[in-house]
Design a protein. Structure first.
Length: 157
């Protein structure tokens, strides 16, 4: 066996051959990420780890999803709970691309409006929020114009 190939294999004991590694998740948000991406419904192997030490976020979670590549739409949902997440796209054990989660300009059907009289809380309809301040994480409801803090909103589902 070729020497460098062996080293590569050793390093990758917990690696996946093809799929996505989601890294730098704040530890306490790991399961929100699992829920947002619908990982409990997947049929391929999913590895969830959390409370790893990280220079970036203190303690972090890592999720590895075999044989799954996420759409930009799915990835943008993560910005609500974990805006600094990095996704590594893996093909044949190699990282072929890294994607950083970007907060979109609008969020559709991801978070609830925290205004009880808002029509979205009284009619079966999709919520729409404009992200009015990405740095501070301020959202504005399209229907009632109430501003809300992205850290305090409740996720749908």
């Amino acid at each position: 066996m070729h020497h460098s190939a062996m080293n590569k294999k050793e390093r990758l004991v917990a690696a996946i051959k093809n799929g996505t590694v989601i890294d730098h998740i704040p530890s306490d948000k790991t399961f929100q990420v699992v829920n947002l991406l619908g990982l409990s419904h997947m049929t391929t192997p999913v590895t969830i780890g959390f409370n790893y030490l990280s220079n970036k976020v203190g303690q972090k979670g890592i999720i590895k999803v075999s044989d799954k590549y996420f759409t930009d739409d799915e990835i943008s949902r993560l910005s609500v709970v974990a805006p600094n997440v990095v996704l590594s796209i893996i093909r044949d054990y190699e990282v072929v691309e890294k994607k950083t989660v970007v907060t979109p300009d609008e969020l559709h059907g991801i978070v609830k409006c925290n205004n009880p009289v808002c029509i979205t809380n009284n009619e079966p309809m999709t919520t729409i929020f404009s992200v009015v301040d990405k740095a501070r994480g301020v959202l504005r409801c399209h229907y009632c114009d109430k501003e809300q803090d992205i850290e305090k909103v409740e996720l749908i589902g």
